[in-house]
Design a protein around this ligand. Structure first.
Ligand SMILES: Cc1cc2nc3c(=O)[nH]c(=O)nc-3n(C[C@H](O)[C@H](O)[C@H](O)COP(=O)(O)O)c2cc1C
Length: 382
């Protein structure tokens, strides 16, 4: 019987399914609910020292539906990080760990470009008993104006410096969460790992505009008649997330073997998760999926992943982690391999013809009155 248990950066998880930072980890009630339902770990909503600067608007979500008008395939949000006071969060971190000592609780943190602020935040969360950190270098809206979030994540030099501050004071595993809103995601990823982070998480949301209402001519989500670009998530981002996870995993294996990768983006099924693990994910985060299907979806995710493992004879996640990375190459190499294969086949055909052999019938239209017996023999085993 396969097992989903896994240990990542010393954290023991019952399964690789992690609540991604956002509404599903936004206060003690929902974090405890996630543990109760069996999620492998929870990354809380991103906190900062001064929540009074965080003011959300509504509506702040917009959905993209499939042609059936029902299924949600894309989700945009213009939500900021947590608007709840830091002291309240510290209390709740403690209460969550008291209630679920085995539950792996990771604090997601974000601050301005200020060493004292980052160090204070890390030390106080650490004292509250969390198990690890995710550094949010990736929020695409609202905070970049204050040089936070994606603004930091898009600048490898600053990112390396900030990760260095954090790693100097953190006694816990640190993951740096990458923004997809860059050309080469390996560059900020490499900077975070050079600065000593245990792992990377990817991806956060993709900067987006959900649409324009053709009646009012206003872009969506419309707040007081206006909008601002937001972050895109859910099923529609999975192909982009898979590509970026593949790029980071390839870089990690070549340059920082042993560092971890938490894969995120549009996961809704155990088979989605299997694909992210095949491309190098140690864990798989789910955020919008929980907003669509609720906390109990983790049971289905586990069952589906176990079913996949069983069907392939994999006993542990390590048995297939990163397996499919070997099948990526350059386009030029695809051309070379295909040209070689076609040339080989043509040569084999020519050799068979000159030896008087008849090409094997592959479709009923290939049968020929003159070669009929030979063709019949060619399809027989002896
Ligand atoms: C409403 C909403 C709020 C989010 N808030 C945060 C946040 O506070 N911190 C963070 O690191 N990521 C945040 N995210 C990003 C998610 O953690 C995740 O990286 C992204 O949505 C892609 O994964 P998904 O398709 O499973 O949602 C948020 C996402 C959504 C949809």
């Amino acid at each position: 019987m396969p097992t989903l248990e896994t240990t990542v950066d010393g954290l023991k998880l019952p399964n690789p399914f992690v609540i991604g930072s956002g509404p599903p980890g936004t206060n003690m009630k929902v974090i405890q609910r996630a543990f109760k339902e069996g999620w492998g770990a929870v990354i809380a909503k991103t906190v900062s020292l001064d929540a009074s600067k965080v003011v959300n608007v509504g509506p702040r979500y917009a959905k993209l539906k499939a042609a059936d008008g029902k299924e949600v395939i894309g989700w945009e949000n213009i939500e900021l990080i947590s608007d709840r006071p830091f002291d309240k969060w510290l209390e709740e971190f403690k209460q969550c760990k008291d209630a679920y000592p085995e539950g792996v609780l990771i604090a997601s943190v974000m601050e301005e470009y200020n060493q004292d602020a980052w160090c204070e935040m890390i030390e106080r969360c650490q004292d509250a008993g969390v198990d690890g950190f995710e550094l949010n270098f990736s929020c695409p809206h609202g905070l970049p104006e204050r040089k936070m979030g994606a603004a930091m994540g898009q600048d490898p030099e600053i990112l390396e410096e900030v990760c260095g501050w954090v790693n100097a004071v953190s006694k816990l595993p640190v993951w740096a969460k990458m923004t997809p809103n860059v050309t080469h995601i390996e560059e900020p990823g490499r900077a975070a790992l050079k600065a000593g982070c245990e792992g990377l998480s990817a991806i956060n949301t993709i900067r987006s505009v959900m649409g324009v209402d053709l009646e009012t001519l206003r872009p969506e989500p419309t707040v007081e008649g206006y909008t601002t670009p937001g972050g895109y998530s859910s099923k529609a981002v999975k192909p982009i997330a898979l590509r970026m996870v593949m790029e980071l995993a390839t870089m990690i294996r070549a340059e920082f073997p042993g560092r971890s990768l938490s894969a995120i983006g549009g996961v809704e099924t155990g088979r989605d998760a299997a694909q992210f693990i095949l491309l190098g994910g140690d864990t798989v985060q789910v955020c919008t999926g929980v907003m669509k299907f609720g906390y109990p979806m983790v049971r289905r995710l586990c069952d589906e992943l176990l079913e996949f493992m069983d069907s392939k004879g994999f006993d542990t996640l390590d048995d297939f982690k990163g397996h499919s990375l070997q099948y990526f190459t350059t386009h030029a190499e695809l051309v070379r391999m295909q040209t070689e294969r076609k040339a080989r086949q043509a040569a084999e055909k020519a050799a068979a013809e000159s030896a008087g052999e008849t090409e094997m019938v592959s479709a009923d239209g290939d049968w020929d009155g003159d070669d009929f017996v030979k063709q019949s023999d060619g399809l027989a085993r002896n």
